[in-house]
Design a protein around this ligand. Structure first.
Ligand SMILES: Nc1ncnc2c1ncn2[C@@H]1O[C@H](COP(=O)(O)OP(=O)(O)OP(=O)(O)O)[C@@H](O)[C@H]1O
Ligand SMILES: Nc1ccn([C@@H]2O[C@H](COP(=O)(O)O)[C@@H](O)[C@H]2O)c(=O)n1
Length: 235
């Protein structure tokens, strides 16, 4: 029996598992949190976990561009994710990392760290155990949730949006950074995430693709809530 089959078998039969993947800035976090809150589900931000391990590497003198050094250190930090969609948390060795993991330094280093197979093995196992313990079900967002982490998820969504729309959204958050610079940084990270060998950013064959370019956030949330409710009704 595979890890994934065991994971699903341990989850209550009524629990619904939702995988939301897509490139940077497509609205995965905003949508996943709101959908989980609306439906009483847990929420897991897997990007925050890769950011957390990257933050630990940077703070502990590990060269994030040296895959062998990253692999050797990968099991050292203890990462804990809180899954309440109203107040998601992330700690590293018991320290709140929610602020530091959003710095430009971490954003610039995270694709290199997340490409290391030893890192992915540890984080994937953590993600599966969190999903298995979510009694009512969970919305898990990332890059490889539908393809690798939870291939038996009840519903898989792949969010997309044009690079221009994504850059405009991110520039609204990053005061003082122009849209062109933001667009280039997004494309660079997506290219690295899509082209790595280990579990790249990809749409699962059975995922529903939602192009959010022309949709407001409430419209995307409504669309995904409807899809989850349909799956729940059919369970
Ligand atoms: N449909 C939308 N219309 C307008 N703004 C949106 C939409 N969806 C998300 N946003 C905004 O875009 C920004 C990025 O959204 P969010 O963080 O949810 O994306 P993400 O896919 O999780 O990004 P990343 O992978 O980089 O973490 C946020 O400021 C969010 O409020
Ligand atoms: N399932 C995942 C999720 C994320 N990553 C890597 O983490 C980076 C940060 O993700 P954000 O969602 O916080 O922007 C992302 O660029 C990937 O390198 C991943 O590999 N797999």
């Amino acid at each position: 029996m595979s890890d994934t089959v065991e994971t699903v078998a341990r989850t209550s039969p009524a629990a619904v598992i939702v995988a939301i993947d897509g490139p940077s800035g497509t609205g995965k976090s905003s949508t996943s949190k709101a959908v989980a809150a609306a439906l009483g589900l847990s929420y897991l931000d897997t990007g925050a976990q890769y950011r957390a391990i990257t933050w630990w590497m940077l703070g502990n003198g590990v060269d994030v561009d040296d895959p062998a050094a990253v692999a050797t250190a990968a099991a050292k930090p203890v990462i804990v994710s809180g899954t309440d969609p109203a107040a998601p948390t992330i700690t590293v060795d018991g320290v709140d990392a929610s602020g530091p993991i959003r710095t430009q330094e971490v954003t610039a280093g995270v694709s290199a760290v997340s490409a290391v197979p030893e890192v992915r093995t540890i984080i994937t196992e953590l993600q599966r155990s969190i999903a298995a313990s979510a009694e009512k079900g969970i919305v898990v967002e990332g890059r490889d949730i539908g393809t690798t982490v939870l291939p038996d998820a009840d519903l898989k969504i792949f969010l997309t949006a044009s690079p221009e729309a994504r850059a405009a959204r991110r520039s609204g958050e990053l005061k003082g950074v122009d849209a062109a610079t933001t667009r280039e940084a997004l494309i660079k990270r997506d290219t690295a995430d899509s082209n790595r060998k280990a579990s790249p950013l990809a749409k699962a064959a059975d995922a529903v693709e939602v192009d959010t370019t022309e949709l407001t956030l409430p419209q995307v949330i409504e669309c995904v809530v409807t899809l989850v409710e349909e799956k729940r009704a059919a369970k």
